[in-house]
Design a protein around this ligand. Structure first.
Ligand SMILES: CC(C)(COP(=O)(O)OP(=O)(O)OC[C@H]1O[C@@H](n2cnc3c(N)ncnc32)[C@H](O)[C@@H]1OP(=O)(O)O)[C@@H](O)C(=O)NCCC(=O)NCCS
Length: 247
């Protein structure tokens, strides 16, 4: 019998706090992603507004979550997903207005280091699907962030998607997990997250100086950051992969 039970941030202030701690621990090193326009403008409010969709997989023995999953309901055309991904889901959900929400947009799954490689993230993907079904939605869409792509920032995403491991499976473990959980790859989302900030911002995150215009690898980034000395800015465009799941 499973010792894990699904709860949500809406269930208690303690759970909300624990969920935030887990998210911070999992994503802290990638804090530059918090500065896409959509993230900065809408993300935290959206999680509060849809607290019942912020899932926590709680260990019944310790009472503490072992995995957290963030998703939001939105109105969208499941057969016509855009080249933008994560930012688009956040902006669409925040500006949804009165349109009927027909899908769940998955935004993040966070598993603390000590609980990884036990299948908990896959369980969370299943729970997104269960939630979509319980809400009578058509399915789940996810702009998935390939977890090993940061080791190959200069390899184009399309090429990376063709890589396989020695067993002929998808090379990237996180794409593999989405596939194993029943997801179908729809297409790349080449502009899933866009961060454009002053060069000093990128120097702070990378711990190095950028004295010349060019494309630079930054730790954790899936593609190079384009530094433009004339404009004084660095632009990071993160490619993700659209997955879709029937509810
Ligand atoms: C990416 C992340 C969510 C993956 O978490 P995870 O719990 O380790 O992932 P999974 O549930 O997919 O683990 C599956 C692996 O565990 C293994 N496993 C062990 N026991 C298992 C079980 N009972 N059931 C399923 N898989 C199991 C699987 O074999 C699989 O490895 P394989 O693909 O090499 O065969 C986690 O590393 C993380 O939080 N990273 C930081 C944040 C992040 O990048 N999130 C993803 C972007 S939203």
């Amino acid at each position: 019998m499973s010792r894990f039970v699904v709860k949500t941030r809406a269930d208690s202030p303690e759970l909300r706090k624990a969920a935030m701690a887990i998210e911070q621990a999992a994503w802290g090193a990638l804090g530059f992603l918090n500065f896409t326009r959509a993230h900065f403008a809408f993300y935290q409010d959206l999680l509060e507004e849809h607290a019942d969709c912020q899932l926590c997989l709680v260990d019944e023995v310790t009472g503490y979550p072992v995995a957290v999953g963030n998703c939001v309901p939105l109105s969208c055309d499941l057969n016509n997903l855009p080249p933008e991904g994560w930012d688009w889901i956040v902006e669409s959900a925040a500006n949804n207005g009165d349109k009927p929400r027909n899908a769940l947009g998955a935004l993040a799954i966070s598993v603390p280091g000590i609980h990884r490689s036990k299948g908990l993230a896959r369980r969370m993907i299943e729970e997104f699907r269960n939630l979509a079904a319980a809400k009578g939605l058509d399915g789940v869409i996810a702009p998935v962030r390939p977890s090993e792509k940061h080791k190959h920032p200069f390899v184009p995403l399309e090429e990376y998607l063709n890589w396989t491991d020695d067993r002929g499976r998808l090379y990237d473990p996180w794409l593999r997990s989405h596939s194993a959980a029943g997801g179908k790859i729809v297409k790349p989302a080449p502009r899933s997250m866009v961060v454009e900030e002053p060069i000093a911002f990128w120097e702070m995150w990378s711990g190095r100086e950028f004295t010349e215009t060019g494309e630079y690898a930054v730790e954790g980034a899936l593609a190079p950051v384009a530094i433009d000395r004339n404009l004084g800015v660095g632009k990071y465009i993160e490619p993700n992969v659209w997955f879709a799941y029937a509810a």
